[in-house]
Design a protein around this ligand. Sequence first.
Ligand code: ATP
Length: 235
Amino acid sequence: MLELKNIQTRYGKIQALKGISMHADPGEIICLIGANGAGKSTVLMTICGITPASRGDIFFKGKNVTHMAPEKIVSLGISQVPEGRRIFPYLTVMENLDMGTFLRKDTKQIKKDLDYVFHLFPILAQRRHQPGGTLSGGEQQMLAISRAIMSRPELLLLDEPSLGLAPMITRQIFDIIRKINQENRTTIVLAAQNANLALKLADRGYVMETGTITLTDTGKHLLANEAVKTAYLGI
Ligand code: ATP
């Protein structure tokens, strides 16, 4: 589904990614864990074309998407939920969801997908006419995920979905991520500070340090890894 080959990404003089190679098979949940500044967000931004790679190649379903414009990448089936949610605060919940469909013309399926996100997050149906900015942090995260789903992605990129959320809401969001993956076979790449929950959810994980991948294994093995326990799980 997704393959990164030796990806390098720069912000001016800062080399944020120093040769990242990773992959995600269809229907897998992959997580990226690592300290602040390790480069997790940059990996996601590079995949979706917002911060293009300076070297290396990215393949999505066998197609080289490395130098494609972000809107083209969305149209191929990749959608990102950025860190900090970035919903449109003055637009209503419905209008925010409509934004996710801007490249689609299949009206009937759009209606079905809308029913689906309201089934996943009934609170959004109740609040559909409310401006996005009036929602709680957890509800805004639900809206950001729903907006991404409205573009019918085959690959969903989630950046820090639990940032600033209470533990109970975080668990709820992670349960829904699993549900989206299981019900639609959506491939998911998740960048997470909450390594414990992310590794429990993920089939496989990549540990990042200063722009490189230092370790990769199944979520289960990484949870049991002594170095991971000490550095990222606080055990
Ligand atoms: P966090 O968990 O804090 O979001 P991260 O692992 O996602 O961290 P990135 O945000 O990808 O890490 O940052 C990787 C490196 O790139 C860091 O050194 C960061 O300071 C730098 N960086 C990120 N965004 C920019 C930017 N817009 N301009 C310049 N440097 C940046």
